[in-house]
Design a protein around this ligand. Sequence first.
Ligand code: AMP
Ligand code: TRP
Length: 335
Amino acid sequence: MKRRIFSGIQPSEVIHIGNYIGAVRRWVEMQDDPEKENIFCIVDLHALTVPQDPNALRARTLELLALFLAVGLDPNKSLLFVQSHVTVHAEGAWLLNCVTPEGWLKKMTQYKDKSQKQETVLTGLLDYPVLMAADILFYDTHEVPVGEDQKQHVELARNIAERFNHLYGETFIVPEPAIAKAGARIMGLDDPSAKMSKSLAHTKGHAVRLLDDPKEIERTIMRAKTDSGSEIRFSKDPAKAGVNNLLTIYQALTGKATEHVEADFTNARGYGDLKKAVAEVVIEKMEPIRRRYSEIVSDSAELQRIMRMGAEKARAISEPRLVDVKQKMGLIMTA
Ligand code: AMP
Ligand code: TRP
């Protein structure tokens, strides 16, 4: 039997090279693995857990779908859909809420971080990991590829699955997180001590965003924070985090082995040369994506068709599990 893979990404802010290297690009590679059946979801209901401008949210959802296609996700190989188009997610989250102790949610690190930044903390923000558990569990998912930051949420989904199975009998597959080793954490270009983050995507110099033009990419990388030395090598030394981050991006995008990456820079005359080389590689990778994106995003009929097709396939997978769960929990199903 094929292993089912489920992952999601929020349509909040434009995605950056951290999201690309740590998540979306890996998804593209996975879709040619014959052992895997891949489902990738644009989680717009999750985006609502912090205040959103309705028109901007709609625009970013379509933008993200177009970007999925532009980077090479293929709706005939992977199941691509928008979360709110399939009611199983919201309905399933409610049912799972009723087996999830609130203490589990209050312990989540992301909740603790994010709730501190909000003037009013919405109930949805606390409940976010239960919705994520519904995404994963109602699709009988085996494996959830995410960055390090989401591991705790996948573990919570495991706990919910186990608790449900214990209370109502074997129902859910207990999913495994799959955390990438290389490139799992791309750091901010302006501050290599913190991870590159969507919420800072508009801070000057912080991130290369997927639709930035070459000039902008070059400007951002040339001003990336490094150190006062001149040694170009991978390093865990916090003082060299900036150089290490640039090398990590270079390695992720060229696919070269560590010693070949370092060898590329043995004759470099300082960090300027390193930055130029990184900018070149990033531009080379991003240009075709940007070109394809601009063709795809203007074809709204095609985007609509892909969303409809995705939602239909997603319902066919998740609805039977929802019926099963409702029955087990004591709800009456009409014929
Ligand atoms: P988010 O930006 O939090 O919506 O994350 C979307 C996906 O990108 C998740 O799988 C994250 O783990 C991954 N991701 C986010 N930021 C980074 C980063 N700086 N480096 C690598 N992966 C990231
Ligand atoms: N919470 C994840 C993030 O912000 C996105 C997400 C929602 C997700 N549902 C998911 C990831 C299900 C994997 C599986 O990155």
